[in-house]
Design a protein around this ligand. Structure first.
Ligand code: PRP
Ligand code: MN
Ligand code: MG
Length: 184
């Protein structure tokens, strides 16, 4: 049972949904739908961003289109190398479009800095980032992140899309794992 593996709840379900409402308000204010511009394109990064992306899309009072990318970074499982390979690309061209990358967490920032360069080369009209969680190391990397849900301590977190060995993504909150889980 998951409950036995979770050491503490870092962000509750209620805190997540309150924050999403707040972020949605900010994003809608920056991207008013005036009927002349094409819909904002949300680019979710699989798989971690799925829960956040779908809740954010439903909280936004402006129409959005959903696109997904799946990427994997080479190197060891524990440290991101910054060398990223595309497993699944966008289905559509984003040239001239307003694009918002949606991430669950920015840890080293390497995935995102690669993604920003990659998507910028496709000439979107605008390119911004919205992340639910951000860790301290990410602040050191110079990646511009317009919307941040929570700045969290440097702890391994799971739930609400975030996994450990593909588990715990389906938890409705963000929690820390009991160290016993890693060592077993
Ligand atoms: C995790 C997380 C972010 C990325 C952040 O994805 O969802 O996408 O790592 O790490 P970074 O800032 O150090 O690059 P992961 O590669 O584990 O894939 P997943 O989303 O499928 O779990
Ligand atoms: Mn991810
Ligand atoms: Mg992962």
């Amino acid at each position: 049972m998951y409950q036995d593996d979770v050491a503490s709840v870092l962000v509750t379900e209620q805190q997540i949904s309150d924050k999403i409402a707040e972020l949605a308000k900010q994003i809608a204010a920056d991207h008013p739908s005036d009927g002349t511009k094409a819909d904002l394109v949300l680019v979710g990064v699989l798989k971690g961003a799925v829960m956040f992306m779908t809740d954010l899309a439903r909280a936004l009072p402006v129409p959005v289109q959903l696109e997904f990318m799946a990427v994997t970074s080479y190197g060891s499982a524990t440290s991101s190398s910054g060398v990223v390979r595309i497993l699944k690309d966008l289905d559509r061209d984003i040239a001239g479009r307003d694009v918002l990358i949606v991430e669950d967490i920015i840890d080293s920032g390497l995935t995102l800095s690669w993604l920003l360069k990659n998507l910028a080369s496709r000439q979107p009209a605008s390119l911004e980032v919205c992340t639910l969680l951000r860790k301290p190391d990410a602040v050191k990397v110079d990646v511009p992140v317009r919307y941040v849900g929570f700045d969290i301590p440097n702890e391994f977190v799971v739930g609400y899309g975030l996994d450990y060995a593909e588990r715990y993504r389906d938890l409705p909150y963000i929690g820390t794992l009991d160290p016993r889980v890693y060592s077993s």
